[in-house]
Design a protein around this ligand. Structure first.
Ligand SMILES: Nc1ncnc2c1ncn2[C@@H]1O[C@H](COP(=O)(O)OP(=O)(O)OP(=O)(O)O)[C@@H](O)[C@H]1O
Length: 206
């Protein structure tokens, strides 16, 4: 599902990354500074590799040899970060609906009701974002990402800012998203136990 071979450079940081994997849910692990976030950003089209090729689920997002470099907004990526990055001036419902814009509104694969049910967030819809726990905020961030109708989901340590109890609360929802959306997922983490519960294949960047 994930075929990636890229040369990355960020300041003094340089590395070649190759991942060939047919698993749908792939973990990227490695020490701090190994380049995990940079790889996700390259997949999302936020960092341009010096050279190489990125193909996910049969879609070529980047291929320097053939002059292919899809702009970020055409890559159909849902990106969930360590912190939820919700819009503080919008309530939960409008944070979710922010994802559902433009032509994607017409026949969404992931509709608002479906996502609200999947993530168990019906009671939160009229809340302001400052009144959410960290785990609730991450569920809304996941929902917003899914409502943007992605074809790929990128998760950059979505549990790392939560305490253990909140992590345990969020993991079943991540598992539901994994199992019920059938989206290809790339999951960055440096916690082996977390990765084993959520992903099918593990790649180590060292
Ligand atoms: N905009 C930038 N300019 C210069 N160097 C950068 C930039 N972004 C990242 N780097 C460097 O690239 C390297 C890889 O960073 P990256 O954030 O991808 O690592 P990571 O494996 O995700 O780390 P962590 O687990 O700490 O998030 C680091 O050495 C970092 O300092």
């Amino acid at each position: 599902m994930l075929h990636l071979s890229i040369d990355l450079q960020r300041g003094d940081f340089q590395r070649q990354v190759r991942i060939e994997d047919d698993a749908r849910v792939v973990a990227l692990v490695g020490a701090s500074g190994a380049g995990k976030t940079t790889v996700l950003n390259a997949i999302a089209g936020l960092v341009r590799p010096r050279a190489g090729r990125i193909e996910i689920d049969g879609r070529v997002l980047f291929d320097s040899e053939h002059g292919i470099d899809l702009p970020a907004h055409r890559r159909r990526i849902g990106y969930v970060f360590q912190d939820a990055r919700l819009f503080p001036h919008l309530d939960v419902r409008h944070n979710l609906l922010y994802g559902l814009r433009g032509e994607r509104k017409l026949q969404p694969r992931f509709a608002l009701d479906t996502i609200v049910e999947l993530l168990g967030i019906d009671k939160l819809l009229s809340r302001r974002t400052h009144a959410l726990s960290g785990g609730e905020a991450q569920r809304i961030a996941l929902g917003r990402a899914l409502l943007s109708q992605p074809q790929i989901l990128l998760l950059d340590e979505p549990l790392s800012m939560l305490d253990q109890a909140r992590r345990e609360e969020l993991i079943p929802y991540l598992q539901r998203v994994r199992d019920e959306t059938a989206l290809p997922m790339v999951y960055v983490s440096h916690v082996p136990a977390e990765v084993r519960r959520l992903t099918d294949a593990v790649h180590v960047l060292d």
